[in-house]
Design a protein around this ligand. Structure first.
Ligand code: PLP
Length: 381
């Protein structure tokens, strides 16, 4: 089945007892047992809830995997993967990671004796030279936040396979509609479902998908043991969001493409980071591994200072100043002082996140209205 059909139907069929077309929301913490230890597959909602099962199945189907797991946040999902490691293990990670992922690696897991190498992931030689005898995991994100760096998933997967390393891809920015990491050889796909999958900025949730039975068992163990599991209402909201994911992503991509061209041609803009532009260094790889270039972009003003960026940020009306991304509404943010504030300045600058960089999460409003809003804000800069 095509992904558009999966968005609408994955995870459930009409409910057998009443015929309800939409799956019921199971507000229950516990389940009656026929005899001690004898039940219908559910004993306690931290370990499993039918509303969560439906969503986990839908997510797994969308990513082309066999096992899906949902968490009460994207970070809960990241944590469940890291907890499969032991003291002494080594992780190769991208140097341009989501700030919260970087913080969890450096501040929570390094002190437990897990070591990390942060690299650009731009060539086979670079990746190979970062691998150590104790390397168990490679963690990449593509496209990255906020410079939209693109990493070759198939290349990473072939290197990891050779060394027996588990490859995890944070697929949040692309969503399952635009990129399928498992099909390219990754072992685990991670999502902040808070973003495009939920799609309406009304929930916090994370997800993992794998087709590896042993990994699935370990992830399920960590999910129920740590207990960062989402409630049934959030699961319902996320499922409802997924039903229009294909339509929303199409609109996000079309709008972002138009806005990227508008910004690129604007005299007050010096640089636009969008993988859909042929000038973008990741354009070639993105064309191969993505079916659309996404709804996220960032740019620098000709006078690339924090002060000038501030003038711009206070000048938009439709683009609301806020963290997060992937909702139907357009958002604008300033990574240096917002999402990336916890990353030391010199590391941030090395990763291309300048003091004046502006990030847009392009929503699904009318493109001309969005461009008009940007034009107004640019004219004040
Ligand atoms: C938001 C985000 C996360 C973290 O997810 P939460 O749902 O906020 O916990 C991880 N990776 C990426 C790329 C993100 O954008």
């Amino acid at each position: 089945m095509k992904k558009s059909t999966l968005c609408v139907h994955a995870g459930h069929e009409p409910e057998p007892v009443t015929g309800a077309v939409m799956p019921p929301v199971f507000f229950t913490s516990t389940y009656v047992q026929q005899a001690p230890g004898e039940h219908q597959g559910y004993d306690y909602s931290r370990a499993g809830n039918p509303s969560r099962t439906v969503l986990e199945k839908a997510l797994a189907e969308l990513e082309g995997g066999t096992h899906g797991f949902c968490f009460s946040s994207g970070m809960g999902a990241v944590d469940a993967v890291l907890k499969t490691l032991s003291t002494g293990d080594h992780v190769v990670a991208m140097n341009d990671l989501y700030g919260g992922t970087y913080r969890l690696f450096r501040q929570s897991y390094e002190k437990l004796g897990i070591s990390f190498s942060f690299i650009g992931c731009s060539s086979e030689a670079e990746i190979e030279s970062a691998i150590q005898p104790g390397t168990k995991l490679m963690w990449i994100e593509t496209p990255t936040n906020p410079t939209l760096t693109v990493v070759d998933i198939a290349l990473c997967a072939s290197i990891c396979k050779r060394h027996g390393i588990t490859l995890v891809v944070d697929n949040t920015f692309a969503s399952p509609m635009l990129q399928s990491p498992l099909a390219l050889g990754a072992n685990i796909v991670m999502h902040s479902m808070t973003k495009y999958l939920g799609g309406h900025s009304d929930l916090i949730m994370g997800g993992l998908v794998t087709s590896d039975a042993a990994l699935a068992e370990a992830l399920f163990f960590n999910q129920k043991s740590t207990g960062a599991t989402p409630g049934p209402m959030d699961c319902y909201l996320a499922l409802r969001g997924i039903k229009t994911l294909h339509l929303r992503m199409k609109a996000h991509v079309e709008n972002a493409q138009q806005i990227a061209l508008f910004l690129q041609a604007h005299p007050k803009v010096s640089r636009v980071f969008y993988p859909g532009l042929p000038e973008h260094p990741g354009h070639g790889i993105a064309s191969r591994q993505m079916s659309g270039f996404g709804g996220m972009l960032s740019f620098e003003l000709s006078t690339n200072t924090e002060e000038n960026a501030r003038t711009f940020l206070l000048g938009t009306k439709l683009f609301v100043l806020a963290e997060s991304l992937g909702g139907v509404e357009s958002l604008v943010s300033h990574p240096a002082s917002m999402t990336h504030a916890s990353i030391p300045r010199e590391i941030r600058l090395r990763n291309g996140v300048s003091d004046g960089l502006i990030r847009l999460s392009v929503g699904i409003e009318d493109a001309q209205d969005l461009i008009q809003d940007l034009e107004t804000a640019l004219s004040a800069c």
